[in-house]
Design a protein around this ligand. Structure first.
Ligand SMILES: Cc1ncc(COP(=O)(O)O)c(C=O)c1O
Length: 385
């Protein structure tokens, strides 16, 4: 969805920043989302997925709320430690790790690791007396645009044999985990997968294998992009229903990333160039896919936009980023107001997988970040595309 607003209204954003492009981080919004998801998943321990946005003040905000953290590398562990987060509040959920990575993570004090195959188990043998392990299973959410079930996760039918091998090798696997895919439209797959894991934990008990005491339902909780606004309470209802069947000795965890980080930041950009070409007007912004908008390519994402312009004439148009690469395109519209130089574009819910994967391509720096309260949306707008 694109709102087109008067150019002079852009001051509510420009007053917050020193330069464009800038990401505006709102600690209160971050706290609000963390609190809302915590409330929607009672009894579930939330581990924020650092990979979605490692911005230090975002980490501090979650740490101050008593949150825990899901890490994927030694660098993330060290970064969190520098922020004052104790490793006992971290779980290392990357299913594939180097020996050095494991050794250093264990030496740092992280004790929870994830495997999804037997070769990864062998790497953990030297640390078997000090660590806890979760087995990652593969479940695919048909309504999640970003699939995470092909690259990682053992098939459910292989679970018991992997648990057997682990047990024979003295490795205690006492948890199950999964990630159904990012930006899921519903929590139906989370709920089905949790129910499957609960059933599997009974079979594990029957076989006399170590008890499953943790089930980690991963991430996948959505942000509000061009789809409907997200209500965590109704989104999580199917999960809550299955949770009522979870025995008391099983602790349930989740690893939300996008749902927390995306709404916590907005991106303010400017039109730095424009040209009338064969296929319409091209508007060049000061941020693109090599900056904070790589999700357009990596995840096929489209973001909500507020465009501040006094342009009235309508024409076909193309938005593009600032680099010399032709892949750095941000969207085509058959009819759009012809923008002027220095017009302002604000992209909403831009905190997830944006800053985290921004590059310096062409020597162009990623957006600056400022901590400010995000303005509420201006109602009086001229046109919605
Ligand atoms: C293991 C793991 N946990 C959590 C997440 C966060 O997922 P999301 O941002 O969809 O909540 C990811 C994302 O790739 C992941 O790989």
């Amino acid at each position: 969805m694109i709102d087109v607003l008067p150019r002079e209204s852009a001051s509510i954003w420009l007053d917050l920043i020193e330069t464009t492009p800038s990401l505006v981080f709102d600690p209160a919004m971050c706290r609000h989302k963390w609190g809302a998801l915590t409330k929607a998943l009672p009894g579930v321990a939330l581990y924020y997925a650092v990979k979605s946005n490692p911005y230090p003040d975002l980490i501090n905000t979650i740490a101050a709320e008593g949150g825990c953290f899901d890490v994927a590398s030694l660098a993330e562990i060290k970064m969190l430690e520098n922020q004052g987060v104790h490793p006992s509040r971290m779980i290392h959920t990357h299913p594939i790790k180097t020996d050095v990575e494991i050794e250093r993570a264990v030496n740092s004090g992280v004790i929870t690791f994830v495997v999804d195959n037997v070769d990864e188990l062998w790497k953990l043998i030297p640390y078997r007396h000090v660590i806890q392990v979760m087995l990652r299973l593969s479940f695919i959410a048909p309504d999640a645009p970003i699939d995470l079930s092909r690259k990682f996760g053992a098939p459910v039918q292989d679970a018991l044999s992997i648990l057997d091998v682990a047990n024979d090798s003295g490795i205690r696997i006492n948890g199950l985990c999964f990630h159904v895919g990012s930006q899921a439209a519903t929590a139906n797959t989370h709920a089905d997968a949790l129910a499957t894991c609960l059933k599997l934990s009974e079979k594990v008990k029957e076989k006399g294998l170590p008890d499953i005491v943790r089930i980690d339902i991963g991430g996948g909780f959505p942000a509000h992009y061009i789809s409907e606004p997200v209500d965590f309470d109704s989104f999580c209802a199917p999960i809550r229903e299955v949770l009522t069947n979870a025995p008391d000795h099983i602790q349930v965890l989740a690893e939300p990333g996008r749902a927390i980080s995306a709404p916590s930041m907005a991106l303010v950009c400017k039109v730095i160039g424009r040209a009338k070409r064969r296929d319409g007007w091209w508007f060049y912004l000061d941020d693109g896919v090599y900056g904070a908008q790589s999700g357009r390519i990596f995840d096929g994402m489209h973001y909500r936009m507020s465009v501040f312009t006094s342009g009235n004439e309508q024409a076909p148009c193309v938005f593009a980023g600032p680099t010399c690469d032709s892949i750095d395109e941000l969207g085509r519209y058959p009819e759009f107001p012809v923008l002027n130089m220095n017009d302002i574009i604000v992209f909403h819910e831009m905190g997830a997988y944006t800053l985290a994967s921004a590059t310096q391509f062409n020597g162009i720096a990623p957006p600056a970040v400022v901590n400010r309260a995000l303005p509420s949306q201006i109602r009086e707008h001229r046109r919605t595309f």
